[in-house]
Design a protein. Structure first.
Length: 238
Protein backbone atom coordinates (compact mmCIF):
# COMPACT_ATOMS: atom_id res chain seq x y z
CA UNK A 1 0.00 0.00 0.00
CA UNK A 2 2.91 2.35 0.70
CA UNK A 3 4.15 1.75 -2.83
CA UNK A 4 0.70 2.20 -4.36
CA UNK A 5 0.21 5.53 -2.60
CA UNK A 6 3.58 6.68 -3.87
CA UNK A 7 3.57 5.41 -7.46
CA UNK A 8 -0.06 5.02 -8.62
CA UNK A 9 -1.84 8.30 -9.53
CA UNK A 10 -5.30 6.87 -8.79
CA UNK A 11 -4.36 5.39 -5.41
CA UNK A 12 -2.49 8.56 -4.48
CA UNK A 13 -5.56 10.73 -5.08
CA UNK A 14 -7.94 8.66 -2.96
CA UNK A 15 -9.32 10.00 0.31
CA UNK A 16 -11.46 8.46 3.04
CA UNK A 17 -14.50 10.20 1.51
CA UNK A 18 -13.77 9.06 -2.04
CA UNK A 19 -13.41 5.44 -0.93
CA UNK A 20 -16.59 5.12 1.12
CA UNK A 21 -19.03 4.56 -1.76
CA UNK A 22 -16.64 2.00 -3.24
CA UNK A 23 -16.58 0.21 0.13
CA UNK A 24 -20.38 -0.02 0.11
CA UNK A 25 -20.24 -1.43 -3.42
CA UNK A 26 -17.64 -4.03 -2.40
CA UNK A 27 -19.80 -5.03 0.58
CA UNK A 28 -22.77 -5.68 -1.69
CA UNK A 29 -20.59 -7.67 -4.08
CA UNK A 30 -19.57 -9.84 -1.12
CA UNK A 31 -23.24 -10.30 -0.21
CA UNK A 32 -23.98 -11.43 -3.77
CA UNK A 33 -21.21 -14.03 -3.51
CA UNK A 34 -22.55 -15.21 -0.13
CA UNK A 35 -26.12 -15.47 -1.46
CA UNK A 36 -24.84 -17.43 -4.48
CA UNK A 37 -22.72 -19.63 -2.16
CA UNK A 38 -19.78 -18.91 -4.49
CA UNK A 39 -16.82 -19.46 -2.17
CA UNK A 40 -14.22 -18.55 -4.77
CA UNK A 41 -15.92 -15.19 -5.33
CA UNK A 42 -16.31 -14.75 -1.55
CA UNK A 43 -12.55 -15.13 -1.25
CA UNK A 44 -12.03 -12.45 -3.91
CA UNK A 45 -14.52 -10.02 -2.38
CA UNK A 46 -13.16 -10.49 1.15
CA UNK A 47 -9.77 -9.60 -0.28
CA UNK A 48 -11.23 -6.43 -1.79
CA UNK A 49 -12.73 -5.44 1.57
CA UNK A 50 -9.43 -6.15 3.30
CA UNK A 51 -7.77 -3.86 0.77
CA UNK A 52 -10.16 -1.10 1.78
CA UNK A 53 -9.34 -1.60 5.47
CA UNK A 54 -5.63 -1.34 4.69
CA UNK A 55 -6.32 1.68 2.46
CA UNK A 56 -8.29 3.58 5.13
CA UNK A 57 -5.60 2.78 7.69
CA UNK A 58 -2.86 4.06 5.38
CA UNK A 59 -4.68 7.35 4.73
CA UNK A 60 -5.29 7.78 8.47
CA UNK A 61 -1.62 7.08 9.24
CA UNK A 62 -0.61 9.82 6.78
CA UNK A 63 -2.69 12.19 8.91
CA UNK A 64 -1.11 10.79 12.10
CA UNK A 65 -4.51 9.54 13.31
CA UNK A 66 -3.98 5.75 13.47
CA UNK A 67 -2.41 2.91 11.49
CA UNK A 68 -3.31 -0.68 10.59
CA UNK A 69 -1.69 -2.06 13.76
CA UNK A 70 -3.88 0.27 15.83
CA UNK A 71 -6.96 -1.11 14.07
CA UNK A 72 -5.96 -4.70 14.88
CA UNK A 73 -5.04 -3.88 18.50
CA UNK A 74 -8.36 -2.08 19.00
CA UNK A 75 -10.21 -5.10 17.62
CA UNK A 76 -8.31 -7.50 19.90
CA UNK A 77 -9.09 -5.38 22.96
CA UNK A 78 -12.76 -5.12 22.00
CA UNK A 79 -13.09 -8.88 21.52
CA UNK A 80 -11.48 -9.58 24.90
CA UNK A 81 -13.58 -6.94 26.70
CA UNK A 82 -16.81 -8.19 25.13
CA UNK A 83 -16.13 -11.88 25.82
CA UNK A 84 -15.50 -12.05 29.59
CA UNK A 85 -17.14 -15.49 29.58
CA UNK A 86 -14.27 -16.66 27.34
CA UNK A 87 -11.23 -14.74 28.60
CA UNK A 88 -11.99 -13.88 32.25
CA UNK A 89 -13.83 -16.91 33.58
CA UNK A 90 -14.46 -20.58 32.94
CA UNK A 91 -18.17 -20.17 33.63
CA UNK A 92 -20.32 -21.52 30.81
CA UNK A 93 -23.27 -19.29 29.91
CA UNK A 94 -26.05 -19.56 27.34
CA UNK A 95 -26.21 -17.79 23.98
CA UNK A 96 -29.00 -15.53 25.29
CA UNK A 97 -26.89 -14.49 28.27
CA UNK A 98 -23.95 -13.76 25.95
CA UNK A 99 -26.14 -11.49 23.77
CA UNK A 100 -27.58 -9.70 26.82
CA UNK A 101 -24.12 -9.15 28.31
CA UNK A 102 -22.86 -7.87 24.94
CA UNK A 103 -25.28 -4.93 25.02
CA UNK A 104 -24.49 -4.17 28.68
CA UNK A 105 -20.76 -4.14 27.93
CA UNK A 106 -21.25 -1.76 25.00
CA UNK A 107 -23.17 0.62 27.29
CA UNK A 108 -20.27 0.50 29.77
CA UNK A 109 -17.93 1.36 26.89
CA UNK A 110 -19.66 4.72 26.54
CA UNK A 111 -22.67 4.07 24.33
CA UNK A 112 -25.40 6.48 25.48
CA UNK A 113 -28.24 4.21 24.42
CA UNK A 114 -28.83 0.60 23.47
CA UNK A 115 -29.73 1.90 20.00
CA UNK A 116 -26.79 4.29 19.58
CA UNK A 117 -24.74 1.51 18.00
CA UNK A 118 -27.13 1.12 15.06
CA UNK A 119 -25.44 2.72 12.02
CA UNK A 120 -27.42 5.64 10.59
CA UNK A 121 -26.58 4.67 7.01
CA UNK A 122 -27.91 1.09 7.19
CA UNK A 123 -30.62 0.29 4.64
CA UNK A 124 -34.00 0.78 6.33
CA UNK A 125 -35.06 -2.88 6.42
CA UNK A 126 -31.75 -4.04 7.91
CA UNK A 127 -31.84 -1.13 10.36
CA UNK A 128 -35.32 -2.18 11.48
CA UNK A 129 -33.99 -5.71 12.08
CA UNK A 130 -31.10 -4.38 14.17
CA UNK A 131 -33.29 -1.99 16.19
CA UNK A 132 -35.79 -4.69 17.08
CA UNK A 133 -33.08 -7.24 17.81
CA UNK A 134 -31.35 -4.86 20.21
CA UNK A 135 -34.45 -3.76 22.13
CA UNK A 136 -35.75 -7.34 22.38
CA UNK A 137 -32.50 -8.34 24.10
CA UNK A 138 -33.21 -5.56 26.59
CA UNK A 139 -36.64 -7.10 27.25
CA UNK A 140 -38.73 -4.74 25.08
CA UNK A 141 -40.69 -7.02 22.77
CA UNK A 142 -44.09 -8.53 22.03
CA UNK A 143 -44.63 -11.64 24.12
CA UNK A 144 -46.31 -13.77 21.47
CA UNK A 145 -47.01 -14.17 17.78
CA UNK A 146 -50.64 -13.37 18.47
CA UNK A 147 -49.74 -10.02 20.08
CA UNK A 148 -47.53 -9.20 17.10
CA UNK A 149 -50.26 -10.26 14.65
CA UNK A 150 -52.77 -7.98 16.41
CA UNK A 151 -50.28 -5.11 16.10
CA UNK A 152 -50.05 -5.75 12.34
CA UNK A 153 -53.85 -5.65 12.07
CA UNK A 154 -53.92 -2.41 14.06
CA UNK A 155 -51.31 -0.78 11.79
CA UNK A 156 -53.10 -2.03 8.66
CA UNK A 157 -56.38 -0.51 9.85
CA UNK A 158 -54.63 2.80 10.58
CA UNK A 159 -53.12 2.73 7.09
CA UNK A 160 -56.56 2.24 5.51
CA UNK A 161 -57.96 5.16 7.51
CA UNK A 162 -55.22 7.46 6.14
CA UNK A 163 -55.73 6.13 2.59
CA UNK A 164 -59.38 7.20 2.79
CA UNK A 165 -58.24 10.66 3.93
CA UNK A 166 -55.84 10.76 0.95
CA UNK A 167 -53.04 12.36 3.00
CA UNK A 168 -49.72 11.20 1.54
CA UNK A 169 -47.48 11.99 4.54
CA UNK A 170 -49.76 10.12 6.95
CA UNK A 171 -50.15 7.23 4.49
CA UNK A 172 -46.38 6.95 4.21
CA UNK A 173 -45.98 7.05 8.00
CA UNK A 174 -48.58 4.33 8.59
CA UNK A 175 -47.12 2.20 5.79
CA UNK A 176 -43.75 2.45 7.54
CA UNK A 177 -45.34 1.43 10.85
CA UNK A 178 -46.91 -1.58 9.13
CA UNK A 179 -43.56 -2.65 7.67
CA UNK A 180 -41.89 -2.24 11.08
CA UNK A 181 -44.57 -4.49 12.62
CA UNK A 182 -44.06 -7.11 9.90
CA UNK A 183 -40.33 -7.17 10.67
CA UNK A 184 -41.21 -7.78 14.32
CA UNK A 185 -43.48 -10.68 13.33
CA UNK A 186 -40.66 -12.12 11.25
CA UNK A 187 -38.26 -11.84 14.18
CA UNK A 188 -40.63 -13.82 16.39
CA UNK A 189 -40.75 -16.50 13.69
CA UNK A 190 -36.95 -16.54 13.51
CA UNK A 191 -37.03 -15.04 10.02
CA UNK A 192 -34.55 -12.44 8.78
CA UNK A 193 -36.75 -9.97 6.87
CA UNK A 194 -33.94 -8.80 4.59
CA UNK A 195 -33.17 -12.38 3.54
CA UNK A 196 -36.86 -13.21 3.11
CA UNK A 197 -37.48 -10.17 0.89
CA UNK A 198 -34.35 -10.88 -1.15
CA UNK A 199 -35.58 -14.44 -1.79
CA UNK A 200 -38.93 -13.01 -2.90
CA UNK A 201 -37.11 -10.58 -5.22
CA UNK A 202 -35.02 -13.40 -6.69
CA UNK A 203 -38.09 -15.60 -7.20
CA UNK A 204 -39.95 -12.78 -8.95
CA UNK A 205 -36.97 -12.00 -11.22
CA UNK A 206 -36.67 -15.66 -12.23
CA UNK A 207 -40.40 -15.94 -12.97
CA UNK A 208 -40.56 -12.65 -14.86
CA UNK A 209 -37.54 -13.68 -16.95
CA UNK A 210 -39.35 -16.92 -17.85
CA UNK A 211 -42.43 -14.85 -18.68
CA UNK A 212 -40.40 -12.69 -21.09
CA UNK A 213 -38.91 -15.79 -22.72
CA UNK A 214 -42.35 -17.35 -23.19
CA UNK A 215 -43.78 -14.20 -24.76
CA UNK A 216 -40.77 -13.74 -27.09
CA UNK A 217 -41.22 -17.29 -28.37
CA UNK A 218 -44.66 -16.25 -29.54
CA UNK A 219 -43.13 -13.18 -31.22
CA UNK A 220 -45.08 -10.72 -29.06
CA UNK A 221 -43.79 -7.57 -27.39
CA UNK A 222 -44.56 -7.59 -23.68
CA UNK A 223 -45.75 -3.97 -23.65
CA UNK A 224 -48.32 -4.81 -26.35
CA UNK A 225 -50.20 -7.23 -24.10
CA UNK A 226 -53.15 -6.22 -21.98
CA UNK A 227 -52.97 -6.87 -18.25
CA UNK A 228 -55.49 -9.74 -18.36
CA UNK A 229 -53.38 -11.54 -20.98
CA UNK A 230 -50.19 -10.87 -19.04
CA UNK A 231 -51.73 -12.45 -15.94
CA UNK A 232 -52.65 -15.52 -18.00
CA UNK A 233 -49.01 -15.91 -19.04
CA UNK A 234 -47.93 -15.32 -15.45
CA UNK A 235 -50.11 -18.19 -14.22
CA UNK A 236 -48.58 -20.47 -16.88
CA UNK A 237 -45.02 -19.99 -15.67
CA UNK A 238 -45.75 -20.16 -11.92
Amino acid sequence: MNELREKCPWDREQTIDSLKTLTVEESYELLDAINDKDYNEMKNELGDLLLHIVFYSKIASEKSKFNFNDVVETLIKKLIDRHPHVFDTKKIISKKEVEKNWEKIKLREGKKSILSGVPKTLPALIKSERIQDKVSKAGFKWNSLNDSKNKIKEEFNELNIEIKKNSFNEIEEEFGDLMFSLVNYGNLLGINSENALEKANKKFIERFTRLETLIKKEKIEIDELKQVKLLEYWKKIK
